[in-house]
Design a protein around this ligand. Structure first.
Ligand SMILES: [Zn+2]
Length: 659
């Protein structure tokens, strides 16, 4: 490409150039457009992008504009012919223009870097500009005046500066074969490109593949470099399912499937067919995969449509297998463990990145990486403190906010969470409430729409069926092929947004009031909360979505209500009253235990008030408690617990004072 061709090209882009200059926006060359203009020019831009950009920059900034233009106009290129996989980049690509897609795993803060350094010769005081790379490497710099190799001092004020930022781009998790780790690459951004990109974003980046300064290992016989990309264009990807192509034939098949009478049952049986039983959980997973559309209220506030499901169970009940299965079948999914595989864990972290000279970066965890998909979290109970705190907001508002070392960032995580956890002591104790045995804060539990408890109880009839299931290999054949099921889910998520009918509303209302009634009769004043009503709405919309129906029918609502009732029943039964008690999930203590605590507290306060030393004695407390109908053994236990929690003070041995 000759120098004159740059001017010819610009004349062709004149309209756009003037418009860009007026807005202070960059001038963007699209390779597919350039190909139509001149295939050789397009080839040149791909083979020698740095030279192409230099030529175009010179031409643009020397252009005779009919309007006043202040500042420099940046030239950008986008869409190098094919989108490459990050793992496929090779040494032959170095120096060429490439386009890659991926998810931003981490993004650094914006910093200032010197692009052209103003050097002053210490011998003759002459100043000159030199490219930053050359100064950094210190290769062959000679003073323009005295022609000696310095020493030089850097004048930062007069040096040319630019905003810079680096991100680590990682391959999409859904494009990977099982067991493969996603590959990632460092991308350097400068100028206007530093804006509008953050951890968790899905982006398409066009840039020049380069080699990192300085060899990475001294051990080998060769000099090895890492690749990085110098970005020339960044765009956000709006499509929902990148690698899922749904053809017209597929759509026909999907529509045919949606008409089948026993559709929901078929879908349920296609979820993890090799795992025996767990029918309610499989139904819940089917609903979760479809989820409901986000609700936008008149005042602009929104309510999530994603359905969160928690499985708490004895070891060996196939929780992990279920999670792995869902991670494979969901059109977009991330599988992780609460124990944390990365620094960012489940949410996000601000860390000093070694690859970027120790600059602060925001690293996206599993939830932001699963944005618009499903996040499968095994061993949720093992998560760290930071995740425990940030997860509430992540589940409900679907954002992760981070503020550390003067940097703030908000990452979106519009995903459905399927999590598994073990009981606190490894195995369920039937004499305690389930809620008390889940090693997670009650406020966090209340963010899950459905909580399933899986007991590994010996049951001869069930065991017999289980053996049959395992021995009978063809039982594992799914009712719907996994490939079709993925497409079906992707399709309904994109195209079906059901609304509630009056009949459906009536069913949900009745279910809500029934549960309230059941709890009221057992003297539970505020048992079921608005959270469960929202869960009911989401679940019934998901049923309608799976049926590919624009409206939620009475039957859909009934199916959702039954499922929620079963869950509430399993988690929320107070072992003492035998009654449904949603309070166990919401506040972490069954109502009867809470009642006893209050009673005992009053007793201690009364006794202390009446005694001369303002202290209640152990014997009196227990005697009063027994009179008030509290079992002695329980009163003893409770008193110990209150002392250890600090709600009662043991001033001397056997002498208590209320706090
Ligand atoms: Zn000099």
């Amino acid at each position: 490409m000759q120098e004159g061709q740059a001017e010819i090209l610009l004349d062709r882009y004149r309209g756009r150039l003037i418009e860009s200059a007026g807005r202070g926006a960059p001038l963007v060359f699209d390779i597919t457009e350039l190909e139509r203009f001149d295939i050789e020019v397009a080839d040149f831009a791909i083979e020698h992008p740095d030279e192409f950009l230099q030529m175009m920059n010179r031409a643009v900034n020397g252009y005779d504009f009919p309007i006043e233009v202040d500042g420099q106009i940046r030239v950008r290129i986008r869409n190098a012919r094919d989108v490459r996989r990050i793992g496929s980049l090779r040494s032959t690509d170095v120096g060429r223009l490439i386009t890659v897609e991926g998810i931003v795993r981490s993004a650094s803060v914006v910093y200032t870097s010197l692009t052209e350094v103003y050097l002053v010769c210490r011998r003759c005081q002459t100043g000159m500009y030199a490219p930053a790379g050359q100064v950094k490497r210190n290769d062959g710099l000679l003073c323009v005046q005295c022609e000696r190799s310095g020493p030089f001092k850097i004048d930062r004020e007069r040096s040319k500066k630019d905003d810079s930022r680096f991100v680590v781009l990682q391959e999409f998790p859904e494009g990977l074969r099982a067991g493969n780790l996603p590959r990632s690459i460092l991308v350097i951004l400068s100028g206007d490109l530093v804006e509008n990109i953050g951890a968790g974003n899905r982006v398409r980046i066009t840039g020049v593949l380069k080699l990192m300064e300085g060899p990475k290992s001294k051990a080998s016989e060769t000099i090895d470099y890492d690749h990085y990309i110098e970005a020339v264009y960044v765009e956000q990807i709006e499509r929902d399912f990148e690698d899922l192509v749904i053809t017209d034939d597929d759509v026909e098949q999907i529509k045919r499937l949606s008409q089948e009478p026993d559709l929901i049952e078929k879908i349920r049986r296609s979820i993890a067919p090799s795992i025996y039983g767990l029918d309610d959980i499989k139904l819940a997973i089917a609903l979760q995969l479809a989820s409901a559309p986000e609700t936008v209220y008149a005042d602009g506030t929104t309510s999530r449509g994603d359905i969160h499901v928690l499985l708490v169970g004895d070891p060996g009940v196939a929780k992990s297998q279920l999670l792995r299965y869902v991670a494979q079948i969901a059109p977009r999914a991330v599988f992780t463990s609460g124990k944390g595989v990365t620094v960012a864990g489940l949410t996000a972290a601000a860390v000093k990145d070694e690859t970027g000279d120790g600059k602060w970066t925001i690293e996206a965890g599993a939830l932001p990486l699963a944005d618009k998909g499903v996040c499968c979290i095994d061993e949720l109970d093992k998560m760290n403190e930071r995740d425990r705190e940030a997860l509430h907001e992540g589940l409900e508002q679907q954002i992760i906010a981070i503020a550390k070392a003067g940097i703030t960032a908000t990452l979106r995580c519009r995903c459905a969470v399927l999590a598994a956890a073990n009981p606190k002591y490894g195995r369920f104790d039937p004499n305690e409430t389930v809620a008390a045995q889940i090693n997670l804060p009650p406020t966090l539990l209340s963010r899950f729409d459905l909580i399933f408890v899986i007991h590994d109880r010996p049951d001869q009839a069930r065991d017999g069926e289980l053996v049959e299931h395992i021995l009978n290999g063809d039982a594992a054949a799914p009712a719907i092929e996994p490939d079709l099921l993925r497409k079906y889910i992707a399709y309904v998520r994109q195209s079906v947004n059901p609304v509630l009918t009056d009949d459906a509303k009536a069913v949900l209302k009745k279910c809500f009031l029934d549960v309230r009634g059941m709890c009221a009769s057992a003297n539970h004043p505020v048992p079921i909360t608005a959270r469960q009503l929202q869960a009911l709405m989401r679940l019934s919309k998901a049923v309608a979505r799976l049926r590919m129906s624009k409206t939620v029918s009475e039957g859909d609502a009934r199916l959702a209500a039954n499922l929620l009732m079963k869950c509430l029943g399993e988690v929320g039964i107070d072992p003492e009253s035998g009654m449904l008690d949603v309070g166990t999930v919401d506040v972490g203590m069954p109502k009867t235990a809470a009642d006893r605590t209050i009673k005992l507290q009053r007793i201690i306060a009364d006794l202390a008030k009446r005694s001369p030393d303002r202290l209640a004695s152990h014997t009196d407390v227990i005697a009063e408690a027994e009179r008030a109908g509290i079992d002695i053994y329980k009163a003893e236990n409770l008193l110990r617990k209150m002392v250890s929690m600090g709600s009662v003070m043991e001033v001397r041995a056997g002498k208590y004072r209320p706090v």
